[in-house]
Design a protein around this ligand. Structure first.
Ligand SMILES: NC(=O)c1ccc[n+]([C@@H]2O[C@H](COP(=O)([O-])OP(=O)(O)OC[C@H]3O[C@@H](n4cnc5c(N)ncnc54)[C@H](OP(=O)(O)O)[C@@H]3O)[C@@H](O)[C@H]2O)c1
Length: 224
């Protein structure tokens, strides 16, 4: 599982509740390139609500390249939510193409009426009881044929993936600014341990720095 996030030099993940002002032109290029290779784009519900997240629409050239590889021209989006407080009339759900339907990943504790409503507008996956369990979510996506999973945040959902030891790789763009929201790029749940990463790549363009980290090898059982 790969994560792609952009941060200010102070680690901030948003400015005024949005990521737009943080992202630079080189980061946007990386954002598009990452989406091109993804089987599915995973995102937390708060990011969808705050950013008015739409479905993925790659360039014509990128779509053609994906078709040649036997992939749908655009990867679908999967939204993580327990509350299922999502706008089903939004383009993310209403305009999702048949070959890339928007997925909603939720848990068994979700409200049954909202769950039934979600099923009318999205491909619903139940992965976990009280909350979405990252390992179960990734397993379910793999069963649906989505192996290259790209997480685009937000910090809370990314923190869940980190705490569950499911973040294999992080591509972090550092933007040349400070002073955004008091929100780091990952918010791990209370009591979560420390995860370590190894630096595997560094690039720079203009004033943006790109860092590629891989999780240190895991030793425990149940690794996938
Ligand atoms: N810097 C970046 O690269 C970047 C990337 C993305 C977003 N952002 C910014 O991050 C902010 C939003 O991030 P955020 O951390 O507040 O929220 P988030 O991670 O986008 O979404 C949190 C929501 O996801 C659902 N969720 C997360 N873990 C869950 C679990 N284990 N089980 C069930 N549901 C779960 C819940 O949805 P429900 O409430 O529906 O149950 C929760 O409220 C925005 O300001 C956005 O601009 C920055």
């Amino acid at each position: 599982m790969t994560g792609h996030m952009v941060a200010g030099l102070d680690g901030t993940a948003a400015i005024g509740g949005r990521v737009g002002a943080l992202s630079t032109r080189p980061d946007q290029a990386l954002f598009r390139a990452m989406r091109q290779i993804a089987d599915i784009v995973l995102v937390g519900a708060e990011t969808v609500r705050r950013e008015g997240y739409g479905r993925v629409r790659l360039s014509e050239q990128a779509q053609a390249q994906r078709r040649r590889l036997g992939q749908p021209p655009n990867p679908p989006v999967a939204v993580i939510s327990r509350s299922l407080e999502l706008d089903w009339t939004a383009s993310l759900f209403a305009d999702a193409p048949e070959d890339a339907p928007t997925h909603v990943i939720t848990c068994a504790a979700a409200d049954p009426e909202r769950l039934a409503e979600a099923e009318r507008f999205a491909t619903v996956v139940v992965a976990g009881d009280e909350r979405v369990e990252p390992a179960a979510a990734l397993r379910a996506l793999a069963e649906l044929g989505h192996h290259v999973v790209l997480c685009e945040g937000g910090p809370t959902w990314l923190g869940e993936l980190v705490a569950a030891d499911r973040l294999d790789e992080l591509c972090l763009s550092m933007s040349p600014l400070m002073g955004g929201d008091r929100l780091p790029v990952a918010v791990t749940p209370e009591g979560a341990g420390i995860n370590r990463f190894e630096l595997k790549g560094i690039m720079a363009e203009d004033d943006t720095l790109f860092l590629r980290y891989e999780a240190e090898a895991r030793g425990g059982q149940g690794d996938e």
